[in-house]
Design a protein around this ligand. Structure first.
Ligand code: NIG
Ligand code: FE
Length: 435
């Protein structure tokens, strides 16, 4: 797919002849993340066109209307025009849960699991998250930022234009801050949008074994204040589960985050059930995984704007038979988002289309629900819904062009990349052909 001229994010950009333009617009007077049947509303325009100027979307409609527009008629010669010839254009994906700051894959864990060991057994034997720490502690900031940038670029090639990026594989003050600096440096070199999260409470590192309270204090008294003061993170995350942090420790960490003006999110219910109602007073943007969730908590969650972010890539890669009960959550009115959980232990994929495919086949979400969960609800999960997640006038020019005729093909063709081009804050990135 070729643009008619060299494009920069400041100039005007017209995508026309779009077979299905999925706007995800909200023309109902409701605000907040999408729930229940609203998840299926893609706001499709046939033979659509989008005009972007200075990194923002300025008009959305049919190609016919766009070409009649008086401003465009006057300025058309200066616009970069892309003929989408019947393809699908949608908002760029918002991947609201990723861990891109690590050094290498965990191949021993992978083999042990194939031989039958569980995630917890591997962690107890010195594998798991702790096995990723040495690499990050030894790496330079520059090395970590190069890894994170490579992941972001690959994400963009699969349609992602906004990504959350967690620290969490250093677990010392110095290496957590270094990880966040690496995220900041990678973000500065990527045209998309990055939201940084401090995950100092990923697991208790070996040197604090048996002294988890002392480690929690390191997180609350050193990591959070420093990350906040230096504006290195917007969110604080906690892995609240057996083998990681308790609900009480999670609340302690959330309190520190709140005191320092940082928003919160958490990994919950991945391995075991934790009651999440006590966390809702902190207004978490998102609670993620949610494989095990208490019935009463589902009702409470449905009354809040906290998103349940499902990450089926982790269930797939851990070889699990069970997946989170997305149908139950959706039908009860919980706002559901979908993310990759890109990380070296449980979900080494940057592909949102793969996560969508798993959501459809294993969690019985419809393709439309999966698209909404990976766009506008991902944006809500990062508190960015004002700017991201839909194609509407005034929003950031974040688009993904897929070489398919029908949006349902995006999760259908699994394990291959049909994304042909992304536009990130008005900057075009051509995707590499599928490998
Ligand atoms: O989201 N559950 C905690 N964190 C990651 C796994 C991290 C790892 O195993 O390296 C997750 O699945
Ligand atoms: Fe995770």
């Amino acid at each position: 797919m070729k643009a008619n001229k060299k494009h920069n994010s400041g100039s005007s950009l017209l995508l026309a002849n779009i077979g299905q333009l999925l706007t995800l617009r909200s023309d109902f007077a409701k605000s907040g993340p999408r729930r229940a049947s609203d998840l299926t509303e893609l706001g499709i325009i046939k033979d659509g066109a989008v005009l972007c100027l200075g990194g923002k979307i300025v008009s959305v409609g049919t190609t016919k209307d766009a070409l009649r527009d008086s401003w465009l008629r006057k300025n058309r010669k200066n616009a970069t025009e892309i003929d989408c010839s019947g393809k699908v254009v949608m908002p760029g994906f918002v991947d609201s849960h990723t861990h891109p700051v690590f050094v290498g894959p965990r191949l021993v864990d992978f083999e042990k699991r194939i031989e039958g060991a569980s995630y917890e057994q591997i962690a107890e034997a010195g594998g798991g998250i702790r096995a990723s720490l040495e690499g990050v502690r030894k790496a330079t900031k520059h090395e970590l930022s190069a890894k994170a940038l490579a992941a972001l670029q690959e994400m963009a090639a699969y349609g992602t234009t906004t990504a959350e990026a967690k620290s969490g594989y250093g677990l010392t003050v110095e290496s957590e801050l270094k990880s966040l600096e690496a995220v900041r440096d990678a973000a500065a070199r990527w045209p998309g949008t990055v939201v940084a999260t401090l995950l100092g409470a990923h697991v208790v590192p070996k040197e604090f074994q048996g002294r988890s309270q002392a480690y929690v204090e390191l997180v609350t008294k050193k990591m959070i204040p420093q990350a906040a003061r230096r504006k290195l993170a917007q969110f604080v995350d906690v892995f609240c589960d057996k083998g990681a942090f308790t609900a009480e420790e999670t609340e302690q960490i959330f309190e520190a985050a709140e005191q320092h003006g940082l928003n919160v999110r958490a990994h919950v219910g991945q391995l075991s059930e934790t009651r999440i109602t006590p966390f809702l007073r902190f207004n978490p943007a998102s609670l993620d995984h949610m494989d095990h969730v208490n019935e009463a908590d589902i009702t409470r969650l449905a009354q809040s704007d906290t998103t349940a972010t499902l990450v089926p890539g982790a269930n797939y890669f851990l070889g699990m038979k069970e997946y989170p009960n997305a149908r139950r959550l959706i039908d009860e009115g919980v706002p559901v988002a979908l993310a990759t959980d890109y990380n070296p232990g449980t979900s080494p994929t940057i592909s949102i289309p793969m996560a969508m495919s798993l959501a459809c086949t294993h969690m019985k979400m419809s393709p439309a629900e999966a698209i909404t969960a990976a766009t506008i609800n991902g944006a809500w999960a990062l508190r960015l819904a004002e700017r991201k997640g839909s194609i509407e006038r005034g929003k950031d020019a974040d688009l993904a062009v897929f070489a398919v005729n029908d949006y349902r093909e995006i999760p259908y063709w699994f394990g291959t990349n049909r994304c042909e081009m992304t536009v990130l804050n008005g900057t075009i990135a051509e995707a590499k052909p599928s490998s």
